[in-house]
Write a protein of this length. Sequence first.
Length: 352
Amino acid sequence: MNKSAAYKLKIVLIYVGVTVGVCLAIKYILPLATPFVIALLVAVAIDKPVTFLTKKVHLKRNLSSGLIIILVFAAIGAALFFGGRALIRQINSFAANFDSYYENFTHFVEGCCDNVDTSFNLSSGTSYEFVNEQMTRTVDSIAQKAGPVIMNGSRSFMTWFTLFFTAFTFCIMATAFFSRDMEKMRYTVKESVFRNELAFVTEHLKNILGTYLRTQLIIMFLTCVVCTVGLYLLGNPYALLLGILIGIIDAFPILGTGTVFLPWTLVLLIMGRFKTAVFIFIIYLICYYGRAFLEPRLMGNKLEISPIIMLVSLYAGLLLFGISGVITGPIAALLIKEISAVFVKSVKMRSS
């Protein structure tokens, strides 16, 4: 094998090896390490205020870390408590009024079916009879499965809540340890034999991955706020619940807010509620053009990955990691790109 072929083979093996390693790490290691990854990110984020209190106010680092961590997690806990309470209230309200909503939906479907019968010269009630039969079968099927699902769901919820509380506790403890020992950790990295590689990867990931996550979180938060406020002004009793759900859906590049707002607008137009339809469409336009305006400005030129690669990474992430692949898929693509660049650079230096 000549030198050129050997060099190309090494490059291919690097990308294949890094891809396999990153995918396996995200699928099997990340779920176990998630509390500690979050703790490290929080510790890095609060390092400046902790250092400020330590050097300017002359508090011990342990005390500075403790104060900032208490404030951060107290704010997170308060947001989860009050937001969760409001969500539960709206979910209970929706469940209590479900029969009324279902009846209104049935009348709407019946009206649409009457229009279809008239348009195609069918006997009155033909379309609705067919649709009603399908709806009845669907409802019966859901009812038959509802009992076991609710029982299993309640047990799963208790298991999930226990795991969440345990992970949350470990996350707080790990954040305290990371924040306290931040200087020691930096010194250890600096003295490591892999310091150059770690510095290269860390710097690039901080610029690229940090920018990507910050951008998506900011846009998702703003989308939730816009949708919640808009629906609240519209008098929707489930403004917070729908606002959060639409904000989460907007994080899916394939879906976006149009998946909810465009069909909603169309249904309102069919029902003759033109003012409400216009208002809903305006909320959609604000969300759509808000993302189009903010994303390139927040992201800048740091995300040097083509849109098609991001789309492929999203699809692959969904297949490999499930619903979490919406986030972990693009992150995996960024990790593969940056880590592979380190090894490729090393190979090029040895070859030259």
